[in-house]
Design a protein around this ligand. Sequence first.
Ligand SMILES: NC(=O)C1=CN([C@@H]2O[C@H](COP(=O)(O)OP(=O)(O)OC[C@H]3O[C@@H](n4cnc5c(N)ncnc54)[C@H](OP(=O)(O)O)[C@@H]3O)[C@@H](O)[C@H]2O)C=CC1
Ligand SMILES: CC(C)(CO)C(=O)C(=O)O
Length: 305
Amino acid sequence: MKIETVAIVGLGALGILYGHHFTKAIGKDRVRIIVNKERMARYHEQGISFNGEPCDFQYVDETDASLAPADLVILAVKGTQLDEAIETARNQVGPDTTILSVLNGISSEEVIGAAFGGEKVVHCVAQGMDALRTGNDVKSVHIGELRIGLDAPEKQARLDAVAAFFEETGLPHVVEADILHRMWAKFMLNVGVNQVLMVKEGTFRDIHKEGPARELMIAAMREVLPIAQKEGINLTEADLENDLAIIDGLTPLGMPSMRQDGLAKRPSEVELFSGTILKKAKKYGLPAPTNQYLYDQVQAIEAIY
Ligand SMILES: NC(=O)C1=CN([C@@H]2O[C@H](COP(=O)(O)OP(=O)(O)OC[C@H]3O[C@@H](n4cnc5c(N)ncnc54)[C@H](OP(=O)(O)O)[C@@H]3O)[C@@H](O)[C@H]2O)C=CC1
Ligand SMILES: CC(C)(CO)C(=O)C(=O)O
């Protein structure tokens, strides 16, 4: 199950970061960027760069069925683009292909599993990076790390193969003993940071200092805890404190992906965050007024794009 070829769908902040990293590590023949014809033409014409360095990518047309499936597919699109990205990936996925999703939130693995088979999906969380995308250039000082792990023991060989590929390519990663707990902890962080900074139109500095924005963020995060417990995930105040320590380490003038969407007037991932919280809160009869407020605020912002 050795991973020789990787295919990436989604050439944004994270896709460029990983595509560039892998291409430099193992050469472009083993790294495919899967695109439609319009994107291929646009990327060739405009060029893509990482920290100002031009990227030399191998683009593969999504309709090209002549290549053998990739050993590893990485989905790196926004939540709003996942259904389309699954179709883009289709020719790259065979029975032995392993799939990773670097999407935020707790739902993309299930959606991908429904499309391709849950046995192919190794759970993954992207964290610690400070990728800032402006057009086709991504600036990043910290590459962060991919946290990977198993939701079912029978996928061990796939997990081992992904970890070995990351070793080969020098990509920082951690194999988690409890990946679902890790995903919920990151989800809680995004529910607070991403939504509040989109609504408050700020940078990480604005949630570092004590005040209404930080309080709003913590209130939104705290609403995740009882929902996680209902879902069988033992997320506690200690996890919230741990998230706050991570948040306090984020580069003050950086901003989350959702705020970058707001600035670029792109549809945000609000459904992955408060959208998910509100559905689950309703299911369990739990209150979530702060997430309702943030959801409404984001809807109002997006209504006037
Ligand atoms: N940015 C960050 O620092 C972090 C982001 N994340 C999460 O990672 C995920 C990706 O985020 P990010 O990289 O910021 O997203 P971006 O919006 O920067 O990039 C998404 C890219 O996917 C491309 N795309 C969309 N649909 C397709 C398709 N069908 N085929 C090929 N390409 C496609 C888009 O292309 P085009 O522009 O041409 O439409 C766009 O360039 C999100 O869920 C985000 O929350 C997680 C941790 C950190
Ligand atoms: C952790 C954080 C807030 C920054 O990397 C993120 O996940 C995002 O921007 O979506």
